[in-house]
Ligand binder design. Structure first.
Ligand SMILES: NC(=O)c1ccc[n+]([C@@H]2O[C@H](COP(=O)([O-])OP(=O)(O)OC[C@H]3O[C@@H](n4cnc5c(N)ncnc54)[C@H](OP(=O)(O)O)[C@@H]3O)[C@@H](O)[C@H]2O)c1
Length: 328
């Protein structure tokens, strides 16, 4: 099969190799997926660039994908054959072979049926972004009647967090940096939008909530937004952190955290407990079935241009998920 891999870390155009690898077979408990789309997440680029120590001699890049099951291993029901699916953690947790390839074989546990109305490219946006958003939102469940602040509410993860929190019955406040991103957050269901570059986020949250503040924050930049985040969340509230790019080692005001009785959950999808990941898969299936949803493909590249796809993610400014199409 054709695949794209790296054997040393560095710049995408220097280390990503396009070539042929043996087509994998589905082992016991596994399915093989003929991949139509491969999602590129920031974490795939960090791994390739060397921000995370290299785990395997060779890594087929990209963790997320979508396609059709074309082989099942021992112990896997034959009803999976021909099933359209989306998948996550392809290149994670002991697996060197990701989705920048024509085929992937992986545990059936990591694949989820993809509705016919959702394209493969859209399906490849559900893995890391959708699963992360689910974890960060539902850590605070039940959400009916609660107020959730989603920072970066137009981002790949943030936009799913806005939609899932709204689906769960919360009032959603999103922060964004432009009018276009405000429109995107509103289209996802945000009830209130704050431009965090132009407005005082905590003051606007106080105003919107009549001083009650928010119950839960889904935070894209905990270190960078620390003061505003803590000022916006109520006593006994919670914060779910999935990134902290503005300051990765912030000085924590522990007294304030204690006075507010805050629950602070830092998360990384690869290590989320199995039970929570299964719940995310089934909730995302129900959410997709419940109506037209906004699944955003930022750009599409053929497999041979995977390096350009990584560069598009690294440049920033993407709206949604950058996708590689392994069959073209
Ligand atoms: N922990 C995990 O398991 C996990 C999973 C997925 C992603 N991540 C990490 O999460 C980050 C975002 O990933 P993504 O794929 O969603 O990226 P993305 O699509 O680029 O979205 C990030 C969004 O956050 C906004 N933003 C950046 N800094 C902000 C700030 N200080 N306050 C409010 N908004 C801010 C950006 O918009 P503006 O720049 O216009 O404000 C952008 O809309 C990456 O660092 C990624 O590695 C972690």
């Amino acid at each position: 099969m054709r695949a794209v891999w790296y054997e040393r870390q560095g710049a995408a155009s220097e280390v990503l190799v396009v070539g042929e690898l043996p087509t994998p077979d589905a082992g016991p408990g596994e399915v093989r997926v003929k991949l139509e789309a491969s999602g590129v997440n920031p974490s795939d680029t960090y791994r390739r660039a060397g921000r995370v120590p290299k785990e395997y001699p060779r890594v087929v890049t990209n963790s997320d994908g979508a396609g059709v099951v074309d082989q099942v291993g021992a112990g896997v029901a034959s009803r999976w054959l021909g099933q359209r699916v989306w998948l996550y953690n392809g290149q994670r947790n002991g697996r060197w072979c990701g989705t920048a390839a024509e085929y992937i074989a992986l545990a059936v546990d990591l694949v989820t049926p993809l509705p016919d109305a959702v394209s493969f490219a859209e399906g490849a946006t559900l893995g890391v972004p959708g699963m992360t958003a689910h974890r960060c939102v539902f850590l605070a469940a039940p959400l009916q009647g609660r107020v959730v602040l989603v920072t970066g509410g137009a981002g790949a993860v943030g936009h799913y967090a806005v939609q899932l929190a709204k689906w769960a019955g919360a009032t959603v406040i999103a922060t964004v940096s432009s009018a276009e991103k405000a429109a995107r957050a509103r289209a996802g269901g945000a009830d209130h939008v704050i431009n965090y570059r132009q407005e005082d986020v905590a003051a606007r949250v106080r105003e919107i909530t009549g001083g009650a503040l928010v119950d839960h924050v889904v935070e894209v930049d905990f270190g960078g937004n620390l003061a505003a985040c803590l000022a916006a969340v109520r006593v006994n509230g919670s914060v779910a952190i999935y990134a902290s790019t503005g300051d990765r080692t912030p000085k924590l005001p522990v007294g304030e955290l204690m006075q507010k009785n805050l629950s602070v959950h830092a998360m990384s999808l690869a290590g989320v407990p199995h039970e929570s990941r299964k719940r995310a898969q089934s909730d995302i299936t129900r959410w997709l079935a419940g109506g037209p949803r906004l699944l955003s493909v930022a750009a599409r590249f053929p497999l041979a241009e995977t390096a350009a796809a990584h560069e598009a993610v690294e440049r920033g400014g993407k709206v949604g998920t950058v996708v590689v199409e392994p069959q073209r």
